[in-house]
Ligand binder design. Structure first.
Ligand code: ADE
Ligand code: ZN
Length: 319
């Protein structure tokens, strides 16, 4: 039995497996510039975050209808459940869909078809976090939050993703203030490729409760001390870091040092269809390659519930 865990850093569009991409392309009459699933998988060699994002956005062309989003989420939830995920806080990128003429309602209602019955069908509770694309303008983020207002009963929080360097958190100060006024939880990617200062800014300017990745905090001992003191959860994604070359090899991943420093680390899958593994695969990889013992693995699983937006009696139930 895989250890029960919560997944806190998962882009639903990053769960689009090649087989489903081709099936949706056929259903929607979309032509993909790859001969078959093998040819597509061949394209999964990334130099950095941007080279991945180029493919990630390109493949979204196959997602057009509510049913497409429902099928995508159902496929993810089935895989996650099989790997011990009991709760998933799921990112989605509405701007990438709205730019293609697919409306906020199609995305949210489509995802909800799967999420709304996930506890019964998969035994996985879910929450939705809407991400702003940081390489788009602050104005576009504000418009996106406006478009989401009719759906806020389905959205627990906001996040910030896409190309990090050159797009500091401060750019989104106003939209995060508005999100806070609306009672939304706040998270942001910071310190994946960007500098430790972006992590500090995400905390101080955006008021985030969790930092997505946060890997580069290790370059700033005073920041590590603060994150430990304030118990700020970090949603790490080890296999993603290797595939996007933020670390050279998994064996060199700083997770053990981060745990030793007292950081509240969690292990997640980010974009599992692209990076070679779902949540359980990430747990298995760190166990095998980083030699984490049972105690550390239990700590990571416990942290995943502690760092979640679940009420914390749920944590006790899941243990
Ligand atoms: N969007 C999807 N995956 C991402 C990642 N790892 N970093 C930033 N934006 C993303
Ligand atoms: Zn991410």
């Amino acid at each position: 039995m895989p250890v029960p865990k919560a997944e806190l850093h998962l882009h639903i569009e990053g769960t689009l497996e090649p087989e489903l991409a081709f099936a949706l392309a056929a259903r929607n009459g979309v032509e993909l510039p790859y001969a078959d699933t093998d040819a597509l998988r061949e394209a999964y060699r990334f130099e950095d975050l941007q080279s991945f994002l180029n493919l990630y956005y390109e493949l979204m062309a196959v997602l057009r209808t509510e049913q497409d989003f429902a099928d995508l989420a159902d496929a993810y939830l089935a895989r996650a459940a099989a790997q011990g995920v009991r709760h998933a806080e799921i990112f989605f990128d509405p701007q990438a869909h709205m730019a293609r003429g697919v409306g906020m309602g199609t995305v949210v209602e489509g995802l909800w078809r799967a999420l709304g019955r996930s506890e019964e069908t998969h035994g996985v509770s879910t929450q939705l976090i809407m991400c702003f694309l940081r390489d788009e303008s602050a104005e576009s983020a504000r418009e996106t939050l406006e478009a989401a207002k009719p759906y806020l009963d389905r959205i627990i929080g906001v996040g910030l993703d896409s190309a990090e360097v050159g797009h500091p958190p401060v750019k989104f100060r106003e939209v995060y203030e508005e999100a806070a006024r609306l009672g939304l939880r706040r998270v942001a990617h910071a310190g994946e490729e960007g500098p430790p200062a972006y992590i500090t800014e995400a905390l101080d300017v955006l008021g985030v409760e969790r930092v997505d990745h946060g890997l580069r905090c290790m370059e700033d001992p005073a920041l590590v001390e603060r994150l430990v003191r304030e118990r700020v959860p970090l949603t790490l994604c080890p296999l993603s870091n290797v595939r996007l070359r933020t670390v050279d090899t998994l064996a060199e991943h700083p997770l053990p040092a981060m745990l030793d420093a007292g950081l509240l680390c969690t292990v997640n899958s980010d974009d599992p269809a692209y990076f070679g593994g779902y949540a359980g695969d990430n747990f298995a990889a760190v166990r095998e390659t980083l030699g984490l013992g049972e105690e550390r693995l239990r700590e990571l699983a416990r942290n995943s519930f502690l760092a979640s937006f679940l009420e914390h009696d749920e944590e006790r139930r899941a243990r």
